[in-house]
Write a protein that binds this ligand. Structure first.
Ligand SMILES: *[C@@H]1O[C@H](CO)[C@@H](O)[C@H](O)[C@H]1NC(C)=O
Ligand SMILES: *[C@@H]1O[C@H](CO)[C@@H](O)[C@H](O)[C@H]1NC(C)=O
Ligand SMILES: *[C@@H]1O[C@H](CO)[C@@H](O)[C@H](O)[C@H]1NC(C)=O
Ligand SMILES: *[C@@H]1O[C@H](CO)[C@@H](O)[C@H](O)[C@H]1NC(C)=O
Length: 511
């Protein structure tokens, strides 16, 4: 029975396929509707001055959508014009304009007078020629628009936004060197801010691009969690040791960084774009220097009083750290600002706030010099500190185990758990998420990897939330908070756990 049903379905499918003859060897996206063209008795058609021989024409009763599914339409004749002459793939009818990804009716007479009808076409030998879109090229305007509601366009006058249109109809996007076939892009007239109307390519957001809404949700949640964390750290005296104070500064910088990031996502900072770009840059870089201060302090704390470093650090460490972290961030911001003014080579400029991007330009490798490069150095420093601290912690744990040998197993387990939790928190804060950010940037040109690293991006935007969970929603912090609220904060150090930790010279408060 199943075989019969199967062959029946196959038969029906076969019938459906044959119900409309396709032009052999011709992609649907290389055809145009020629039913209104002049037909000669020998079967060839004259379409826009191009003679299409009979064997390159056929009846179609469907339209092929970009995902290769078929939409039924009235039967019409199509000709494989793009095999005979270069084609240009329009999104909408040829004299329509595109606005925010939608097609609008015909251009006004004024616009028709002013519009630039020329496109640069790259020939197969690599040379670029200027072509009139209507007179020199076949316009394809009845193909289905790429399947997305929001479309991006390229303005080739913006740095990094160049493109090449090939004779065979493919489009090369310069910023990520991706060749888009005709299914994935289309061109249309577009009015730019400077009043010029030009033909501009439009395409869908990258599939790896996270949705604006979820990105915003993640960042806003992070912002709220950062504020809550700062409040708890300010409220509970026991948390406000040296590391805790540095931690608050780190959180404050992170807060500002996220704030400018989310303003940029929604174009709210477009009124003060360059300023917002530099403020965002300063905040993130400051956060990084605070991170390096924290890792140094932690390492120093766990190394005990024997550390050689103590001899070099002045009495008021917090003040020194402030000077260092904010000062270095200011210095780097200054260097980037000056580079933006004096560097002549467009490709080496930091380009803060160009276009509608109120952030440092991340479209090419120049961002490695000004942003990701310094970040990478600090991350490497943090990882070294982390490894040194980890080695120290393992040693301390061994000592602690010897110490607790006579005690109950429960207590030992408790200590293990706490040490590991500390490990995890240190690692997350000392570089995991930010390393992912840089790897994500380096791999963003590769579609498959970019898809994988979208998770890393979300993790990075959720850092505030992760910090809140790891540092505030911990039993010990909650206990301190409860004690503070009840006004019984002088009991610190009373539990067994803390006694054993104190004996191993680990500062029990804060981290
Ligand atoms: C078909 O007819 C047209 C017009 O008479 C002519 O130009 C063309 O060469 C013919 N094509 C073929 C394949 O005979
Ligand atoms: C086409 O090429 C010319 C000359 O190279 C250039 O000035 C112009 O901006 C280009 N236009 C487009 C739309 O790329
Ligand atoms: C069109 O030409 C470009 C450059 O020569 C090439 O990269 C691309 O793969 C070609 N596209 C098709 C569909 O042949
Ligand atoms: C743009 O065009 C409109 C109408 O043609 C005109 O009123 C306006 O002044 C122009 N703006 C610029 C910046 O040229």
């Amino acid at each position: 029975m199943r075989i019969v049903t199967g062959s029946f379905i196959a038969f029906v499918l076969l019938m459906m396929q044959n119900s409309s003859a396709e032009i052999p060897g011709c992609d649907f996206y290389d055809t145009v509707d020629i039913s209104k063209a002049q037909r000669f008795s020998n079967g060839s058609y004259l379409y826009e001055g191009l003679l299409i021989p009979a064997h390159l024409t056929a009846e179609y009763d469907f339209k092929l959508l970009p995902d290769d599914s078929r939409e039924k339409v009235a039967s019409h004749v199509r000709g494989c014009a793009c095999q005979l002459r270069p084609c240009i793939r329009f999104c909408c009818p040829q004299y329509h304009k595109m606005k925010k990804g939608q097609c609008y009716g015909d251009m006004s007479k004024d616009e028709l007078d002013r519009h630039d009808p020329f496109v640069n076409v790259t020939l197969s030998d690599g040379s670029v020629v200027k072509r009139h879109f209507k007179e020199d090229i076949i316009v394809q305007s009845d193909l289905a628009k790429p399947g997305c509601s929001r479309m991006y366009f390229l303005n080739h006058e913006m740095p990094g936004n160049g493109f090449s249109l090939f004779e065979n109809g493919s489009l090369l996007r310069h910023w990520d060197n991706v060749v888009l076939p005709k299914r994935e892009y289309c061109v249309q007239h577009l009015s730019f801010k400077d009043n010029s109307t030009r033909i501009a390519p439009h395409f869908c957001p990258l599939s790896s691009e996270p949705s604006k809404t979820w990105k915003t949700v993640a960042i806003v949640l992070s912002l709220i969690c950062i504020v809550l964390t700062i409040i708890v750290y300010l409220y509970v005296k026991e948390l406000r040791n040296l590391v805790g104070q540095c931690f608050i500064c780190y959180l404050a910088s992170l807060f500002l960084g996220y704030l400018f990031l989310v303003l940029n996502v929604w174009n709210y900072s477009s009124g003060f774009c360059v300023t917002a770009g530099f403020l965002g840059y300063f905040s993130v870089i400051a956060a990084f220097f605070w991170l390096s201060v924290i890792s140094l302090t932690l390492w120093n704390t766990f190394s005990g009083n024997s550390s050689w470093l103590n001899g070099y650090l002045p009495e008021n460490r917090f003040q020194t750290y402030n000077l260092y972290a904010w000062g270095m961030a200011l210095l780097l911001t200054g260097i980037t600002f000056i580079a933006d003014q004096v560097v002549k080579d467009e490709k080496l400029k930091p380009r803060v706030g160009v276009g509608r991007n109120c952030w440092i330009y991340t479209g090419d490798m120049s961002v490695m010099i000004y942003f990701y490069g310094p970040m990478l150095l600090i991350i490497i420093f943090n990882i070294v500190m982390f490894v040194l601290t980890a080695i120290r912690l393992i040693k301390v744990k061994k000592e602690a185990q010897n110490f607790t040998q006579q005690r109950t197993t429960t207590q030992r387990l408790n200590l293990d758990k706490q040490t590991y939790a500390l490990f995890l928190r240190l690692f997350i804060i000392m570089g995991l998420s930010w390393s992912l950010e840089i790897i994500s940037f380096l791999l963003s040109k590769n579609q498959a990897w970019a898809n994988a690293f979208i998770v890393a991006d979300y993790f990075n935007w959720s850092q505030g939330t992760v910090i809140f969970v790891l540092f505030i929603l911990m039993p010990r912090t909650l206990k301190l908070l409860k004690q503070r609220i009840q006004g019984t904060s002088d009991e610190v150090g009373a539990s067994d756990e803390q006694i054993s930790l104190q004996n191993t010279k680990i500062d029990p408060s804060g981290f």
